[in-house]
Design a protein around this ligand. Structure first.
Ligand code: UTP
Length: 294
């Protein structure tokens, strides 16, 4: 029987340099798509997948994230006294319970692998989910819930994957697999190797790993080596690669569409798509767009 995934790590310690000046004094993860910060989408996705403990790996200048998941007494009191029930629900309903969240500091942004390693003492020997808030996914069923269903069936490590243009492999961790033919939504493929940011001529496939992972607790032993990889950073991909052959490792082609909100164009497209997916905005938003495409 597989152990249920109860804990999720949210690495939010990065500098977000691709989004300057917006991220000079505001965390990238607090950028809003339509009317909700990226980190709230990620936490809601994790909650919907049954996660009970939310571990944020933060850095300097990230206090706004903690405030966002706190109660806001003044605001809530004002909204309540004015009878603004909907607005009140919009600031309170999704906040996890006291004691479900933990915040710890990654003192230096040494890479995603290092950020995950910082949470080692909170994992308690259990499998963990890792969610990168800047990968935002629009899907019928939350992406992490799809992965947790797969984990309940096959256990081990599971990463989310999607096909990307060959020319773009150097932006991602890329999978080597013996799966033949196209990979369709819902497919689970064996992972035989992982390479961080390979150039197109060195990429073992065009299957990219995106920012959703379920990892066995042994990942922390691999991260402990603190080896530097691509871009001189401690890479999660390299530590995951060392688990292959020792622990089951699969990639799920999730159902849904992923937007890279750490990148300006991806972020703009996410706003467009998420507004179109909203019942309260779709019609008016289409009208606005028509004005630009005419
Ligand atoms: P990115 O690769 O997007 O890096 O990190 P970044 O530093 O945030 O952004 P750019 O490239 O400078 O614009 C992916 C995720 O990993 C976290 C980031 O906060 C983001 O959620 N991260 C990255 C850390 O928590 N610590 C790190 O040292 C690096």
């Amino acid at each position: 029987m597989t152990v249920r995934v109860r804990k999720a790590i949210f690495p939010v310690g990065g500098l977000g340099t691709r989004f300057l000046p917006a991220t000079k004094s505001m965390p990238k993860e607090m950028l809003s798509v339509v009317d909700k910060p990226l980190i709230q989408y990620a936490v809601e996705e994790a909650r919907a997948a049954g996660i009970e403990q939310f571990i944020f790996v933060t850095g300097r200048g990230k206090a706004a994230i903690e405030d966002h998941f706190d109660y806001s007494f003044e605001l809530e009191h004002t909204l309540a006294s004015r009878g603004r029930k909907e607005a009140l629900a919009s600031v309170r309903e999704w906040v996890p319970e006291p004691g479900q969240m933990a915040y710890l500091r990654q003192q230096e942004p040494l890479g995603l692998g290092h950020a995950v390693w910082c949470a080692r003492n909170y994992a308690g020997g259990e499998p963990v989910a890792v969610l990168l808030a800047d990968d935002l996914i629009l899907s019928r069923k939350p992406c992490l819930a799809q992965m947790i269903d797969a984990h309940a069936r096959i256990g081990g490590n599971i990463v989310a994957t999607m096909e990307v243009p060959h020319a773009h492999t150097s932006r991602y961790g890329v999978i080597a697999t013996d799966h033949k033919g196209p990979v369709n939504e819902g497919d689970v493929v064996p992972v035989l190797g992982l390479v961080e940011k390979p150039s197109p001529d060195k990429a073992p496939s065009n299957l990219a790993v995106i920012g959703r992972y379920i990892l066995v607790p042994e990942i922390f032993d691999e991260l402990e080596r603190k080896e530097r990889g691509a871009d001189g950073e401690i890479q999660l991909t390299d530590a995951m690669a060392r688990l292959i052959g020792h622990h089951p490792f699969h990639a799920l082609r999730f159902e849904g569409r992923r937007f890279d909100c750490g990148d300006k164009l991806g972020f703009l497209e996410a706003n467009l798509a998420f507004a179109l997916a909203r019942d309260d905005l779709a019609a008016a938003w289409r009208e606005v767009l028509r004005g630009y495409t005419a």
